[in-house]
Design a protein around this ligand. Structure first.
Ligand code: PLP
Length: 400
């Protein structure tokens, strides 16, 4: 195909994109309109759990699209019930509401917490509605989830914000405690801050938060949009700290690349009444059939052990490279990891890696001094070695 910038400009401008059109994907590889191949460590932004175009997704889409695409959210359908059964059987949650994006699932979590705070009011009878979130957190791009997010500059971008989201500091329990007031209803966090730079909440912090929220009768909400669905080496990242949250949101990995998200809650928290929550496409069988196919792959014997092994391997290779080039190390959990460069060369590396010939490498730099790796969960050791070989080529090229 011919690349034409003025055609591409028909898409509304929201970000700078390279002058490339991607036309095909298979496993860890993408192909552009010139036929050039790229080793893809973005994987649709940590959504392609099983890589590009896995057979099980193609099969699920084909089979379900011939059977039933959308009976409307007013009726039950088989795949959504099956996926809800699988998710509740493999987590501490009892009830699932399906949505289409992480932002929408988090909106649902905020609404559910506020509803619960109405039913469980402050001492003076007034509704509780404040949700403590964290600096540098990312919860989505709707107005409420932007307000919940702790990204620099987002507080004024589309002012006024939705009120009720005071910001604490990750891994600092005292900073959370200091923000608790009579209208506080919940604490919401990413067990590993993804967009903020791959910063894990410590096990002690997660356990401390659970103790504190129980003691103050607050809900604990985990936003596992990026960290869930096997990404960190456990099916859900909260499982690393052995705690039981009250509410969890999922998106990205749950659809393996298609738009699917979920809001999960324990039975006693799931207090929506008829008409308070919904959505035309929510729980549609086409997307939930894909969710079933993806989750069944993750639940196969040995799959998660493989993720942990390759996460360990990625970490070890990352540390070697870091040492060799005088970087500052690496951090993360499972297959969500970042290399700490110690200087602001991330964007330069990303660009040079994409421009490598004859095959390119796609990387992400969530902060100028970081490189984030978010491969498919079934990435091979060879594809990890290949990535670091290409990265070394880039570092040589740009004079590190
Ligand atoms: C990506 C992300 C979101 C937003 O998900 P969308 O599907 O883009 O709306 C929310 N929370 C976290 C932790 C994310 O990484």
């Amino acid at each position: 195909m011919q690349y034409n910038q003025s055609d591409a400009n028909k898409l509304m401008y929201v970000t700078n994109r390279p002058e490339l059109v991607f036309t095909e994907g298979q496993g860890m590889w993408l192909t552009d309109h010139n036929g050039k191949r790229y080793l893809d460590y973005l994987q649709g932004w940590a959504v392609n759990t099983l890589g590009h175009a896995p057979q099980c997704i193609a099969d699920a889409l084909a089979a379900q699209s011939k059977k039933l695409i959308n009976p409307s959210p007013a009726f039950y359908n088989e795949p959504s019930i099956e996926l809800a059964k699988l998710l509740t059987a493999n987590s501490v949650f009892d009830r699932v509401f399906f949505a289409n994006s992480g932002g929408e699932a988090n909106e649902g979590a905020i609404k559910l917490a506020r509803k619960w705070g109405k039913k469980n009011p402050a001492a003076d009878g007034s509704s509780r509605f404040e949700i403590i979130t964290f600096k540098h957190s990312f919860h989505g791009r709707t107005i409420a989830t932007m307000s919940a997010s702790g990204k620099d500059g987002w507080d004024t971008m589309f002012a006024p914000q939705v009120p009720g989201f005071p910001k604490a500091i990750l891994n600092d329990l005292a900073s959370v405690e200091a923000l608790i007031g009579q209208h506080t209803v919940a604490v919401m966090l990413e067990p590993v801050q993804g967009e903020g730079g791959v910063i894990p909440a410590s096990k002690e912090f997660m356990q401390g938060l659970r103790r504190l929220t129980k003691e103050k009768n607050l809900l604990l909400i985990v936003d596992e949009v990026q960290s869930g669905m096997g990404r960190t080496g456990q099916l859900f990242a909260y499982q690393h700290s052995g705690i039981e949250p009250d509410i969890m949101t999922l998106a990205k990995g749950i659809g393996g690349g298609v738009p699917l998200a979920a809001l999960l809650a324990r039975e006693e928290i799931a207090c929506f009444e008829a008409g308070e929550q919904g959505g035309t496409y929510n729980g549609n069988p086409l997307m939930t059939a894909v969710g079933v196919a993806v989750l069944k792959e993750l639940l196969k014997p040995g799959f998660m052990e493989g993720v942990r092994e390759r996460g360990q391997y990625l970490r070890q290779r990352s540390l070697e490279i870091s040492e060799k080039y005088g970087f500052e190390g690496e951090r993360g959990e499972g297959l969500l990891r970042a290399m700490q460069l110690g200087r602001d060369i991330g964007p330069q590396i990303v660009e040079a890696a994409r421009n490598l010939e004859p095959v390119g490498l796609l990387l992400n730099s969530p902060r100028p001094n970081l490189l984030r790796f978010m491969p498919a969960l079934n990435v091979s050791k060879e594809e990890i070695d290949q990535m670091f070989a290409m990265l070394e080529e880039v570092l040589a090229k740009i004079g590190k």
